[in-house]
Every structure is written in C-alpha cells, then in structure tokens.
Design a protein around this ligand. Sequence first.
Ligand SMILES: *Cc1c(COP(=O)(O)O)cnc(C)c1O
Length: 394
Amino acid sequence: MDRADQGAGDADLRRIPFAKPDVGPDVLDACRRVLESGWLTTGPEVGRFEQDVADLVQVPHAVAVSSCTAALEIGLRCLRLPPGSRVLTSTMTFSGAVHAIIHAGLRPVLVDIDPATGMPTAETTWAARRRAGGADAMVVTHYAGHPAAIGELAQGAGLPPSRIVEDAAHALGARIDGRLLGGESAATCFSFYATKNLPIGEGGMLTTNDPELASAARRVRLHGMSDDAWKRYLPGGGWRYEVAEDGLKANLTDLAAAIGRAQLSHFAAWQELRTSLASAYDARLANIDGLSLPARPAAGHAWHLYVIRVEERFPGGRDGLIGALAEGGVDCSVHFIPIHHHRYFRPLLEGARLPGADRMFRQIVSLPLYPALGLEGVDRVSQEIRARINGALR
Ligand SMILES: *Cc1c(COP(=O)(O)O)cnc(C)c1O
C-alpha cells in the first residue's frame, strides 16, 4: 500500500456520514424477544407502541402504520373528501408526501415557501388557493422540525383545523405553545424511517383527537377490514372478517414496534443532544459572510435537520460547497428537491412560478445532525465549512 492509499484510508475512517442511526443492545434484546414470541406481524407489541406514542404526545389515539407516506394517505382518505378535491401542499417537501395526496384520489396544489423557514406563509398559501380557485384541505409540513404556524396557514388556506393533515415526519418532539405536536389538526403523521429522529428503519404513526378518524384509520391501514381483523390469527380468534371499505396494506409489524419502543426510551435524551448540537452549529457558524443559518422559533424545534444556505456567488454554488465538504470527509444532503422540479410533478404547476422554493433550492445544504455526531463532529464540520467559505468568498 503506498502513501496515497494510506491517506485515503485515514480520510475514510474519519469520514462523517450524513446520517447514522443509533441502535443499542436494548434494540437487539427487544427484537429477540419478539422473534421468540412467535408473533411477527401486527400484534400486542404494536398496541403497546401506539400507547407509548399516544402517552408521549398526549393525544388519545395513535395508529401505527408502515410509513409516514402511508399515514398521510390514510389521514387524507379519512377526511372523506370527494375525489379530485384540492389539497394544498408545500412544494419544499418529500415526493412521497405528494404521491400520498394523489393515491388518496385527491389533487395536489403546490404552495411556495419563504426561503428563510422552508415553509409556506399565510400569503403564499392564499396565493395557491386563489390559483386553484379554492382549497378543500391542506397538508402542513413542519420543515426540518421547525413547528409550522398551523393557525396562520389554515387561515391563509381558508380552512378549519379539521381539514388540515400534518406532515410531522421531521417533528416528533417539536412543540407549539409548549405542547408536543400531535393533536393540532385532523391527523398528525410521523415517520420512523432510518434517518429520522426516532429511527426504526421503516414505520409511521398517525395521531388524532378524533375517535372516529382513528378507527377509520385502523380499517384503512389493513385492507379496509374491521378494526381488529388482525386478531383472527390469535389463539381463539375466529376466521371471519368483514371488508368495510377500500384500504391499504400498511400495517406495522410487531418486530418494528419493538424496535420503536426500545428507541423511545432514548428519545428525550437524543432530543436534548440534537438541540445542543444545533446550538453548537449556530455558535461555530455565526458571522460567516455568504452563509445563512436556520431560522429559529422561540422554542420547540425538534432539530431533525440543520439546513444552511450558501449564497450563489460561492464558486460552483451549493453543489460546489457540497463537493468541497465531501472532499474534506463530510457528507451532506439536500432537503428538498422542490416537488415542481421533478418531471412527473411538473404539470401540477399549471404554468405558475414558485420563486421562493426555486431560490432556496439553489442555496440549501443539510449538515450532519444526529446524537452520535457529538460536539467533535460539529467542530469538524464547522471548521471545514469556515475554511471552504473563507477561502472562496473574499
Ligand atoms: C421522510 C419524509 C416523509 C416520508 O416518510 P416515510 O416514513 O419514509 O414514508 C414524508 N414527508 C417528509 C417531509 C419526509 O421528510
């Protein structure tokens, strides 16, 4: 091995990945317990996980599903809107969130965002509503874990809270007026995808105050069968079930629920760590010419993502910065490619322009942010950024 190879090996060892889920020995124990129980699919462990999440967010009903994408589709279906109804959604979101609207038989209407927060304002929401000739529902996305101003957005959309579904894929642990998110709208949808702040691998949860919506969601998540159809496989369970309506195959497994429950026992400590790492980024990246830091609510940010914005005059722009950081051993990402930049979704624009999202997309870089990163990780990432930007923008 020559010196160059050696050097590359060292850089790889010290490489900071964009995401790194924490999985401790308690997760392995929980998996073994479920695997040995003889019950692998939806069962008692899912019920316990639902109760744990309901207790955490202090909302009476939690329905576990296979993903946040499925939770969004199920939440929207349970609004019982006529086919083709108009659903407002931020264009600065994950593509699955828009597929969910389409798969629910509804029509997405894209809303522009404020580049400072990555979220719609009452004004951009109103503009989208006017463009579509009205709105029947809205998906509100808590971008990066920053709690969205649901009341203002609902007002801009001209909709009551019962027509709002929240995309809280980034926002387990986020707070509005001191209360954890989960009961502000018809349905709040969480993600337990591998990179999210409660990582299971795959999984989601819908929370709601509405008992009827909760029981409809339980049917829709499993083939439209009566609520407790899964029990037919339990000892003593009958073979008969009834399909009451259209439904998905989107139930969560007991194995996933057991992982989720083990992970939940660390959640409060992880959130504290995320918050202190975000503050450390704020301090170490302050006052760099050409760089903007994430907007901060007064309180209640869940800090799933830490998204900086670099001015276009940086050589090579945003992509130039991501490339330079990768050379320095720091992997970053971009959240999100705006929905209207995807070929498939482009027709949704119907000729409109969404300049806030276009501008933000040219500038955004999501930095590594997870408990295992530690302050040393924040220091290294921040030093790389400071060195690259100071060298380039003088
Ligand atoms: C990750 C994500 C989703 C989808 O979550 P899954 O659990 O992977 O389906 C939806 N919306 C946003 C904003 C996301 O970041």
